[in-house]
Design a protein around this ligand. Structure first.
Ligand code: GLU
Length: 611
């Protein structure tokens, strides 16, 4: 933590200890309950198993800062920044180390969204995975036409999409890099060759996972005599070191063409029980995209902020903008935290109702914009204040029995809403460099350990299970997020940049957590902008949310009176682990100078490092 100071004392550890919860049973129950045909929302269990909670102090830095989910990755980013590297340079170094040390969450076998601020303009770089050319709407249907069980679809080759992270980073580096590309791989190569200590969280997730050990290559790397590698075990990954070395010399081409691409395609196609259709031609054809970020004004604490988020194929920014926008139309907008430092039951009720309305729009409209037209021709139509005002009028004192999607423009959509599906396994990186330029990047291999397929020391994603398993509803109306060749699956990832009323960068943040990313990020934004909390205090607030069904509250963090009050308003309430992995950096000033304040989630292993 070179040069950084902690901003407040750590809480006593005992307040934060949770039992190591292995949620396999809950997971199976939720998957078994997934009812695609009746469009009933199912609350997913937390995307990655919970591990111990560790209090985080909150950090400050004056020159530059990097927040990432693992200390070794954050240190690689800080090293790059200290050498004069840009925020994008640091993000590349962080991502390469995360591939090694946090393999359950993201890596070069997955996809990512990167939002960039160059001091003048925000840009959105889309490295989301694509479906192979041979994929179609039947990909996740069994021979009788029914959707496959979630993990039957995930594990194997079927769910693997064309990875996009490295090509996207290459595109961003060509525009915003300051240090040579090859230098940025050095920390990860060094660690892969010299070894790193298996973290408590990696150990916990290895112990919890029933599928990874079925891949002989992954089993040999992650398990010793059938047991997960112990905490602190020095793990070396020479195969990944070699891949990273090739990437450092030849660029993303080394992954998308030649021997490594061939190995990826072989692994997918030759899976013994669940092969996929990804080919070397798919890998060679992949293109990252620059998209216009979704920016809109947001009122909080009497000030006008600008929230910039990632447009479709992510649903994150639209849903967050809708929820906060609808909340702003109600009395709950300016309700303070209670004396206990928690949101009140009345506020949670309004938030939940706004969320149910937002998730109804998400299910109907949001999908890859290269395949599906935005309602009324523009995704911003879903954030139009007049539309949100109209939608917010549906929020009453009791839970609404019916929350249909809204209608934009004159043409009624012919689409069917997508049923709820689980979404999992991701990491968030926030960086501010010495020029005040910033990155907010959320990066994923989808489920924890992705498709559980290891190739040359890295894991392949299962991102295709973010598509709707059903291509259409029972009336034959197509679902916007159905599988189509070359299409990007809908995401919930919500890397976010916030600007103040002078157009200055005020915050960079985001989280993993499947569909609940939307709530984790919305909570943090509201905590910082409306409740005036530091990023660490906002991240520490208990998690809550709903994807349309029950209201989910973070287990053990809300008093019984709040639970009862929500039930009294007609909600089913479920208390469970909610394993967010929030990371955020905000601007503050001290003695007339800019100070960057960072926060990292106590529910995972992240830190903020800087100088
Ligand atoms: N695959 C999910 C998405 O893109 C993210 C999964 C997670 O965060 O755990 O929305």
């Amino acid at each position: 933590m070179a040069g950084m100071t902690t901003s407040r004392p750590a809480r006593p550890a005992r307040l934060w200890r949770l039992s190591l919860t292995v949620c396999t049973a809950a997971w199976l129950a939720a998957c078994g309950a997934l009812d695609h045909l009746r469009l009933r929302p199912v609350e997913p269990p937390p995307p990655e198993a919970a591990s111990a909670l560790t209090a985080k102090p909150g950090w400050t830095a004056t020159r530059h800062a990097v927040a990432a989910a693992n200390p070794l990755a954050a240190e690689a980013g800080r090293h790059v920044l200290a050498q004069g590297g840009s925020a994008v340079d640091a993000a590349i170094a962080v991502q390469m180390v995360l591939t090694l040390v946090e393999p359950q969450s993201s890596g070069i076998g997955g996809g990512a969204f990167l939002l960039h601020w160059d001091g003048q303009r925000a840009r959105a770089y889309d490295g989301r995975e694509t479906a192979p050319a041979a994929a179609d709407g039947r990909l996740f249907l069994d021979p009788s036409g029914k959707p496959m069980a979630f993990h039957d679809a995930v594990v194997g080759g079927r769910s693997v999409g064309v990875p996009g992270t490295v090509k996207m980073l290459e595109m961003a580096h060509a525009r915003h890099g300051k240090l040579p590309w090859s230098v940025l791989f050095e920390p990860a190569i060094r660690l892969a060759e010299g070894g790193f200590a298996v973290s408590p969280r990696l150990h916990t997730l290895l112990a919890a996972d029933a599928h990874l050990r079925k891949d002989p290559v992954a089993a040999a790397y992650f398990y010793l005599d059938g047991q997960p590698l112990p905490i602190g075990h020095t793990l070396k990954n020479p195969l990944l070191a070699e891949v990273l070395r090739r990437l450092s010399v030849d660029g993303a081409r080394a992954l998308h063409q030649g021997e490594i691409a061939q190995d990826i395609a072989d692994k997918v196609q030759r899976h013994p029980t669940n092969p996929g259709r990804l080919t070397t031609a798919d890998l060679a054809a992949y293109q990252p995209k620059e998209r216009p970020p979704l920016c809109h004004p947001h009122m909080a604490a009497g000030r006008t902020w600008t929230l910039c988020g990632f447009p479709p194929p992510s649903s994150g920014a639209i849903a967050i903008g809708q929820i906060l926008g609808m909340l702003g139309q109600t009395e709950a907008a300016h309700a303070p935290l209670t004396g206990a430092g928690l949101p009140s039951a009345a506020w949670l009720h309004t938030y939940a109702e706004a969320s149910r309305l937002a998730f109804a729009d998400r299910a109907l409209y949001v999908a890859d914009p290269d395949f599906v037209a935005a309602p009324d021709g523009d995704w911003r139509s879903l954030l139009d204040p007049a539309y949100l005002h109209e939608r917010a009028r549906r929020i009453g004192p009791q839970r609404a029995s019916d929350v249909p999607a809204g209608q934009r423009g004159l043409v009624r959509t012919s689409l069917a809403p997508m049923p709820d599906q689980p979404e999992y396994g991701t990491s968030h990186i926030s960086i501010v460099d010495g020029d005040g330029h910033a990155v907010s990047m959320t990066t994923t291999i989808e489920d924890a350990f992705g498709a559980r397929q290891m190739v040359r020391g890295f894991l392949l994603n299962n991102e295709l299970t973010d598509f709707s398993f059903l291509p259409a509803d029972s009336a034959g109306r197509p679902i916007a997020n159905r599988v189509e060749p070359g299409k990007r699956p809908r995401s919930s990832m919500a890397p976010t940049l916030v600007f103040d009323d002078r157009g200055q960068l005020a915050m960079t943040g985001g989280s993993p957590g499947g569909a609940l990313i939307i709530h984790y990020t919305a909570k943090t934004l509201h905590g910082v902008l409306e409740w005036g909390l530091s990023p660490q205090q906002a991240i520490d607030l208990p998690n809550f949310g709903t994807t349309g069904g029950p209201v989910v509250l973070e287990k053990g963090r809300f008093p019984a009176a709040v639970v009862e009050a929500l039930k009294g308003r007609g909600h089913e309430v479920r208390e469970q682990d909610m394993t967010s992995g929030l990371q955020a950096i905000t601007r503050a000033s001290a003695a007339g100078r800019t100070v960057w304040r960072g926060g990292a989630d106590p529910r995972r292993e992240g830190v903020v490092l800087g100088d």
